[in-house]
Each structure stands twice: as structure tokens, then as C-alpha cells.
Design a protein around this ligand. Structure first.
Ligand code: ATP
Ligand code: MG
Length: 393
């Protein structure tokens, strides 16, 4: 599908190349999930060429040169080469150009300004290839000027370091980020949250977060004091078992101790209800590895996913080794022990005719609590006998 699109966007002397993340990650041999294209054709020409070839084209950001072309069901963002005349945050006044280097200069970091044509030949107008190889996240142009155009670039600097950085952080970028950190407060919660989520799951997340903390930026971003060591331990456990990193869980490990932390972060970063629920797990009671009964109760009440999340937080909190056998065995509880269903319903108690209305709920909860404390073993018959016993008291 990409070959077809390249062909379509190479007619009439138009030149089109892949750009940014796709080129960067392909060079590193990483999995490429989305391919952005840069083209010399003006946006209307892109629309025309795509439609003539029978492809759907949507003018998603046409005033900035971006058209989304759907090829075999896959959307590709195609952006006309441009120069940003004036940039204010996410928005810019732009002028289209046919000059690849000009297009490269408006981008944030040299390693994001790599292009590749349909044969796979890499074009590197600003030395991004060498920076990528040496793990140097370097601003294009003067770091301070580029940050003033869009303060999100501060967070992107740390985020890209957490993905591709090696050795010390680029001194200019770091200094400019620290100097201009106040600008972060002008950003929308959504943009900040999107960057933080990606930073949290980066291969070297601690590298980025520890730097943000050391240089005094992280506390302001979170609106509270983080605890890096707990996150560090969670990451070690994730890595020991090849678990897929979860941004909300990592944020919980980093920054939630009491329920107010979860509320504040959710409000500050406009998190989803699902994310807030994960954050709340770090404010709840912790699981203890030697207490399989209460672990089973949590698993029974909250389900396998929530159980695992809570367990990971407690494990990280405890400071126990990622290979600790007690924690490890508890972590596999959902596989070893499929939580049973409580064998009684409210309707069963109504049938008994002994209790009514609110009493039924209370009785049911009491029976359930006893059944749990008894190791989930009581049968339906035994529970009915017990129900009669309790309701005649
Ligand atoms: P990934 O999608 O893996 O985060 P990416 O490089 O594709 O990496 P995007 O945010 O998708 O990053 O942006 C695509 C390209 O657009 C970047 O590679 C970069 O060249 C440019 N870009 C994106 N955001 C900015 C920004 N805030 N300032 C300058 N250039 C940017
Ligand atoms: Mg991208």
C-alpha cells in the first residue's frame, strides 16, 4: 500500500518521501507503526492525485499542508514541504516550499528530520543520522528559540532521550529546557499528558524522568513530589517478566500515595476515568505476599487485571527483588486459581422468605464475607442453611 501511494505521489514531477518517526525507527530496526509522508506537491495537488488514483483523500489539516490519504484502509498523513513563518504552540503560519532542507528546519530534533524515498535511500539534510547513531537528541537551530516557539518541545526533548538517548543529555537542549521551564504551564493538559504517557513507557523511561526530576521540572508537571525509586522497581519487575508497560500504572507508581494524588493528577492532566481508577490503586491498601487469603479476596472482588496491577504496585513498594519467589508466585495466582462465583443470589434469600428489602443485601454481604473467609469453599446448600440460621436470630 505504501508502494502504491509512493507511485501515485510521484507523478508530474512530484517528489514524495517518508519522514520523521518511520525513517528514524526503520534505521534502528524498530517496528514502524505509522508512516508520515512529505511531498513537494501542494495539498490540493495531493488531493487530486490521490482521488484520480481512486484513493480516499481527506483534507485533515489542509491549511498547514496536511492531507490524509487512505490506501488499502490504512491512513497516511501526507504533508507538503513547508516553512513555519511564525509558530505559536501547536499552530503555525506556514508557507509551502519545494526545498527539503527548509522543511527539515521546521522540525524539532535532527533525528526527526530524516527522509527516505521509495527505494529506501535516506536523505539527511541536518546530520540527524549521526545523532541517531550516537544517541544525541539535538534541537534543530538554537534550542531556546525552538522551545519558545512551542514549549512542548521541552517534554519532547526528555521523551526522545528516553527512547533514543545515549550518554549525557545534550547540554544546550538541557540548559534551554531548564531555563524556559515556566513555559510548560502554557501547554494544554492533553498535550502534556500525551507526552508524559509516552515517556512513562519508553525503553529508558527512568533516564528521562530522572533528568526531569533532577533539573527541577517533574514536580511542577505532576503538582506533587514523585518517588522515583518505586517506579524504578516497577520497571525492573516489568522487564524481568517481559510485561507490556502500562502508562497509568507507571504514573501511579511514580506519583500516587494517597487518594488526593490520584484526583489531582487526573484533574491536572485531564486523564480518563479508567486511568484515574488505576491511579487510585496506588492509594489503596497494599497486598501482602504472605497473605494469600486476602490476595484471593482482592482477585475475587476486583478481577485478574486489577489484581495484577495492585500486586505490581505493592511489590514495587515493598522493595523485594523482581525474582522474589513469594511475590512471583502470588503474581501468577490468577492463572493458578480461577476465582469462583458466589453461589447465592438475592433471589435465593427472597425465596427463603425470611428477610426483606435492605436486610437481604446485608445478609448476602455477610454470607459472602463468611464464604470468602472460609476459603471460598462453602457450597450453595451450606450457604442456604447458614442463611436460615442467621435470619432466625
Ligand atoms: P513518534 O510518533 O514515535 O512519537 P514521530 O517522530 O513520528 O515519533 P510525531 O509526533 O508523530 O513524532 O511527529 C512527526 C514528525 O513531525 C516528527 O518526527 C517531527 O519531525 C515533527 N514534529 C512533531 N511535533 C513537533 C513539534 N512539536 N515541533 C517540531 N516538530 C515536530
Ligand atoms: Mg508519529
Amino acid at each position: 500500500m505504501i508502494a502504491k501511494l509512493f507511485a501515485v505521489l510521484s507523478a508530474d514531477g512530484v517528489e514524495t518521501r517518508a519522514v520523521g518517526g518511520a525513517v528514524r525507527d526503520a534505521i534502528l530496526g524498530l517496528r514502524v507503526t505509522e508512516i508520515d509522508l512529505a511531498t513537494t506537491a501542494p495539498p490540493q495537488k495531493v488531493m487530486d492525485l490521490a482521488r484520480e488514483a481512486g484513493l480516499k483523500a481527506i483534507p485533515t489539516g489542509i491549511e498547514h499542508g496536511t492531507v490524509t490519504v487512505i490506501a488499502d484502509g490504512v491512513p497516511f498523513e501526507v504533508t507538503t514541504l513547508r516553512r513555519d513563518i511564525e509558530t505559536f504552540g501547536r499552530h503555525a503560519k506556514v508557507a509551502f516550499t519545494k526545498n527539503w532542507e527548509e522543511d527539515a528546519r521546521r522540525r524539532d530534533f535532527t533525528l526527526n528530520a530524516l527522509y527516505a524515498d521509495r527505494e529506501g535511500t535516506v536523505f539527511d539534510p541536518l546530520g540527524g543520522y549521526a545523532d541517531l547513531m550516537t544517541g544525541r537528541v539535538r534541537f534543530i537551530g538554537k534550542a531556546e528559540d525552538r522551545i519558545k516557539e512551542d514549549y512542548l518541545r521541552i517534554l519532547r526533548f526528555f521523551r526522545f532521550n528516553a527512547y533514543y538517548g545515549k550518554g549525557a543529555l545534550d547540554a544546550d537542549g538541557l540548559k534551554a529546557s531548564v531555563k524556559l521551564r515556566e513555559g510548560l504551564s502554557q501547554l494544554s493538559a492533553e498535550r502534556v499528558a500525551a507526552e508524559i504517557r509516552r515517556l512513562l513507557v519508553a525503553p529508558q523511561a527512568m533516564r528521562g524522568l530522572a533528568a526531569l526530576y533532577d533539573y527541577g521540572l517533574l514536580t511542577d508537571i505532576l503538582g506533587g513530589v514523585p518517588r522515583l525509586v518505586r517506579l524504578d522497581r516497577l520497571i525492573a519487575i516489568d522487564q524481568a517478566y517481559g510485561l507490556t508497560p502500562d502508562a497509568a500504572l507507571r504514573l501511579a507508581a511514580l506519583a500516587v500515595f494517597v487518594s488526593e494524588d490520584a484526583e489531582r493528577l487526573a484533574a491536572r492532566l485531564h486523564l480518563s476515568n479508567a486511568e484515574q481508577a488505576v491511579l487510585e490503586l496506588a492509594a489503596g491498601e497494599t497486598v501482602k505476599p504472605e497473605d494469600e487469603v486476602s490476595a484471593k479476596e482482592i482477585l475475587y472482588r476486583l478481577g485478574a487485571d486489577t489484581f495484577r496491577a495492585r500486586l505490581l504496585l505493592a511489590w514495587a513498594e515493598s522493595g523485594a527483588d523482581p525474582h522474589d519467589s513469594h511475590w512471583r508466585s502470588l503474581f501468577t495466582l490468577p492463572e493458578r486459581w480461577p476465582a469462583p462465583n458466589f453461589p447465592l443470589r438475592g433471589a435465593d434469600l427472597v425465596e427463603l422468605g425470611e428477610a426483606k428489602g435492605p436486610e437481604i443485601g446485608e445478609l448476602l454481604r455477610r454470607l459472602e464475607a463468611e464464604w470468602i473467609a472460609d476459603g471460598f469453599s462453602g457450597s450453595r446448600e451450606a450457604l442456604i442453611i447458614r442463611a436460615k440460621e442467621l435470619s432466625t436470630k
